[in-house]
Design a protein around this ligand. Structure first.
Ligand SMILES: *Cc1c(COP(=O)(O)O)cnc(C)c1O
Length: 475
């Protein structure tokens, strides 16, 4: 008998459930970094393709082996990157989306998924303080409201924001491709996607003009006007000013409100890259870091970072829906024509054509936790990061260059840059801790992102012990 979907899915769900518990209790390695060849052989990748029938018992044993080679995000000692630790409800949503496969960018291909995306966008617009979109699409023509779309990742969302800003500055560019004299203003600490996007949308990586920052990469008011006047005197046109809310490396926020006024006075499109940090909208304690966010023109927020959502689900939000409506206008006679339309086609708002039901994963995670549960999670992560800071900076031979504002902390142990790298490599090799590393103020730092709800103070003290041990071996 050929196993049915349920026959295969039930035992896999059982395995995943056990995996989740094992990850949370921290008994296994957090990471198991082996070579491609070893993994190909362990999983017997060629054979299954040749023979088919990856189902039943074969499938179960395949899944067991596969899980051995995962990086366990629910593990208390996973502290490396800003990839969300999914709430199990989000994983259920991913399963539903995987099977139903409703690419909802045109409404008829997923009315349920599209309605949820519409709801999620409106929910986030309201959190910022912007007008939600009317559910009656005909009323959209009045355009007196915000807009937005969910995309496959914050990179695409940021690029789309810059594209909307570019087309707002000069609507003819879309057709002519003439992007001479355009610049983007951003701090050097902005995510690399800003430069990459500048290259992709024809502005050029070299035309990202760096804003003045302090030694931690935060935008400072002093010198801002000089940069502005210098660009104008060179007859450059400013597409947008990008601020970090917060910066990827440090988790520190630019002065969001001050920059808002700076942009308003000079009529510059204000974009906030909140891929990581706009989660502050969900916590009353963190919200002040985002004061003034409603004065921005566009904001990016990744639900798959701090909002417990499986990858991917990024939101691009705009104060004025018109700017996104005008960013893309295309004709595809098989998609765009008069039709019975009780909903909304997000396809006109985005680079993607086929687009997964991203809203479902975010919605399930948020609705399972509830707003209070989400707030508690965020507050706990930030509190623990602050405690880690107090603990680490009190250690002999350790330094922390700043008080953390979110859940990202950088520190280093006295010694050369190579020692920091060696420590990280060794921890990963042991599978004991997964941490990351970044350059800051010209020095290599170790970096932790407290994101797993299972992480405790003891994990931090244990980490520092392990680091001291490795450093002693390399002294
Ligand atoms: C993670 C991140 C991005 C990129 O988002 P992806 O979802 O990984 O594509 C952009 N900007 C900032 C500030 C980020 O933290």
């Amino acid at each position: 008998m050929i196993p049915t979907f349920a026959d295969d899915a039930h035992p896999v769900v059982d395995r995943l459930s056990r995996y989740l518990n094992q990850s949370r209790d921290g008994s296994d390695r957090v990471i198991n970094l082996q070579s491609i060849t070893d993994i190909r052989q362990a999983l017997d990748l060629e054979t299954h393709v040749r023979t088919g029938g990856l189902t039943g018992d074969t499938l179960i044993s395949f899944v067991d082996t596969y899980l051995d080679y995962t990086t366990r995000l629910h593990h208390p000692r996973y502290m490396a990157h800003q990839v969300g630790v999914p709430h199990p409800a989000g994983a259920v949503a991913a399963l539903i989306d995987g099977l139903t496969n409703n690419p909802m960018a045109i409404y008829e291909m997923g009315p349920g998924a599209a309605a949820i995306e519409f709801f999620v966008i409106n929910y986030l617009l309201a959190k910022i303080g912007w007008q939600p979109m009317p559910e009656q699409v005909t009323q959209r023509l009045s355009h007196d409201h915000g807009g937005g779309v969910l995309t496959h990742g914050g990179s695409l969302a940021n690029m789309t924001a810059l594209l909307a800003a570019r087309n707002h500055l000069d609507p003819s560019i879309r057709e002519t491709g003439d992007t001479r004299d355009l610049v983007i203003l951003a701090p050097e600490s902005s995510h690399y996607i800003i430069a990459k996007a500048a290259g992709i949308i024809g502005i050029g990586e070299r035309n990202v003009v760096h804003l003045p920052t302090d030694r931690l990469g935060r935008i400072i008011p002093e010198g801002m006007d000089a940069v502005y006047r210098d660009t104008r005197s060179k007859k450059k046109q400013i597409v947008a000013l990008v601020a970090n809310g917060c910066a990827t490396g440090t988790g520190l926020y630019d002065p969001i409100d001050w920059i808002a006024d700076f942009c308003r006075d000079r009529q510059i499109w204000y974009h906030i890259d909140g891929a990581h940090g706009a989660c502050a909208l969900f916590s009353r304690k963190m919200r002040p870091l985002m004061t003034g966010i409603e004065k921005a023109d566009s904001v990016v927020l990744d639900a798959h970072k701090m909002l417990r959502t499986p990858a991917l689900c990024a939101a691009l939000l705009l104060k004025d829906a018109r700017h996104l409506d005008l960013a893309f206008e295309h004709t595809a006679s098989y998609l765009f024509h008069d039709k019975f339309q009780p909903g909304f086609d997000f396809i006109q708002q985005t680079v993607e054509c086929t687009k997964a039901g991203l809203g479902l994963k975010f919605y399930f995670s948020l609705a399972a936790l509830g707003e209070t549960g989400m707030e508690n999670y965020l507050d706990q992560a930030c509190r623990l990061t602050r405690e880690a800071y107090e603990y680490i900076r009190a250690q002999k031979d350790f330094s922390c260059p700043y008080v953390p504002e979110s859940n990202i902390l950088c520190f280093r142990i006295n010694g050369p840059d190579a020692l920091q790298i060696r420590i990280r490599d060794r921890l990963i090799e042991q599978g004991s801790f997964h941490i990351s590393s970044t350059m800051l103020n010209g020095l290599r730092h170790l970096r932790i992102v407290i994101i797993s709800p299972a992480t405790t103070r003891e994990d931090i003290t244990h980490l520092i012990q392990c680091i001291k041990g490795i450093a002693a071996q390399h002294a």
